[in-house]
Design a protein around this ligand. Structure first.
Ligand code: MN
Length: 405
């Protein structure tokens, strides 16, 4: 295997040495768990590198002899930086060290698995276009956006027990649905996807302490695409007065690959203009948005695009707000953006907006859909591109399975 040649070509795949996303896999030949870093369609086993002493003078304790990234996440930003810097510098050497070449494998040598044992999961509601369009459908034009929406990042607490890896099946959930004014128990008839991006947090703040907005990015380990699958008929009946519950908690899909925040630094872009009443603890001092383009595919056909810049609130603001009451955020918690939609026709992050709450079917190729049907496969993709660099996020895919009773 010519590792040097593979690395030279890797950036074209979106998984070059400017990216180096983290994942977890089971090595098929030995049935052992490995923490991985992806390069093109290959990977480095950090677990083997650690066993071979590669991190000996860098790390004070083992971080990668485990199934999940949580131990590494807990170690904090100085450790993340030193591991990433060493890998990146050694992979660029004229002569790649033998220990790296010995720990380099085709991705097909591993069965990928969930990379993080997700602790708590919080889902925000940060796209103005999405919040406005859904607000109009549920409450009319007058009350579309609540007055709190542009004063603080609104969120609900989700369920981590149903967070699954890309490729896992989606079982159509049952729930209470209002039909002709009466609740019945049935399978949802309004199954939807939500295009989101999420981030995983590092070292915990202690209970009672806050994460200051100026320090918030140092607590962000990395990003994954997120599909927050939703049952709209269940959600519509249950959400007043305490928000989403069983219409969401049946499945949330994340990627096999976590993109480190450091890989996104070259793609920073300007923050959106914010309300004049934004309180100081939420005021951004630096650029904290990233130029990321998203794509949604149903059964292989692209139906929608949108951009990270549609998010009114940035990850730093979400984290600063989440801890302002002293709530501890632990290593391996997931904070997601909420559905990312733009204002234009083909920029919707869920079907609910596109079909105007079930009224207008979406047509593409030879298909017509109001809601997702059994057998439909939804894939989320994303990339960053500028004149110097290109990066592709790990895909998030799920297929709707037939009813189970
Ligand atoms: Mn959501």
């Amino acid at each position: 295997m010519d590792v040097k040649a593979i690395i030279a070509q890797a950036e074209d795949s979106g998984f070059g040495i400017n990216h180096l996303p983290y994942g977890s896999g089971n090595k098929l030949s030995e049935n052992s768990n490995h923490i991985l870093v992806r390069i093109s369609d290959y990977c480095l086993s950090l677990t083997e590198l650690e066993i071979r002493g590669y991190f000996q003078n860098l790390l004070t304790e083992p971080l990668f002899s485990t199934e999940y990234l949580n131990t590494f996440m807990e170690a904090g930003i100085s450790v993340w930086d030193s591991v990433r810097d060493r890998l990146s510098s050694d992979l660029q050497k004229k002569e790649i060290p033998q220990v790296l070449r010995d720990s380099f494998y085709p991705l097909s040598s591993f069965r990928l698995q969930l990379p993080v044992k997700v602790g708590d999961y919080t889902d925000f509601y940060a796209s103005k276009a999405h919040a406005t369009k859904v607000g109009r459908l549920f409450r009319g034009e007058e009350n579309a956006l609540h007055p709190n929406w542009d004063k603080m990042p609104i969120a609900y607490h989700g369920r981590s027990s149903s967070i699954i890896e890309s490729g896992d099946p989606i079982y159509r959930p049952k729930g209470q649905i209002l039909i002709d004014g009466n609740p019945v128990l049935d399978f949802t008839q309004q199954l939807d996807f939500e295009l989101e991006i999420g981030f995983f947090t590092g070292k915990a703040n202690s209970r009672g302490s806050i994460i200051n907005i100026s320090d918030a990015e140092n607590h962000i380990f990395g990003f994954s695409l997120v599909n927050d699958w939703s049952a709209r008929d269940i959600q519509r009946w249950e959400y007043v007065p305490l928000g989403p519950f069983l219409g969401k908690s049946f499945a949330t899909t994340i990627s096999h690959w976590i993109t480190p925040i450091q890989a996104l630094y070259p793609f920073r872009c300007k923050n959106p203009n914010q309300h004049t009443h934004t309180l100081d603890y939420l005021k951004l001092q630096n650029e904290s948005h990233f130029d990321i383009t998203f794509e949604v595919l149903v059964n292989g056909y692209t139906i929608s695009h949108s951009k990270f810049e549609e998010l009114y609130w940035s990850p730093s603001q979400m984290l600063a707000h989440h801890t302002i009451n002293g709530c501890p955020i632990n290593a391996g918690d997931l904070l997601a953006s909420g559905t990312i939609s733009g204002w234009r026709e083909n920029e919707y992050g869920c079907l609910l907006e596109k079909n105007e709450a079930g009224k207008t079917p979406l047509t593409f190729e030879n298909m017509e859909r109001i809601w997702l049907e059994d057998g439909d496969e939804v894939s989320l993709k994303a990339y960053c591109k500028n004149k110097d660099a290109y990066l592709v996020f790990g895909e998030v895919t799920g297929q709707i399975q037939k009813y189970i009773s």
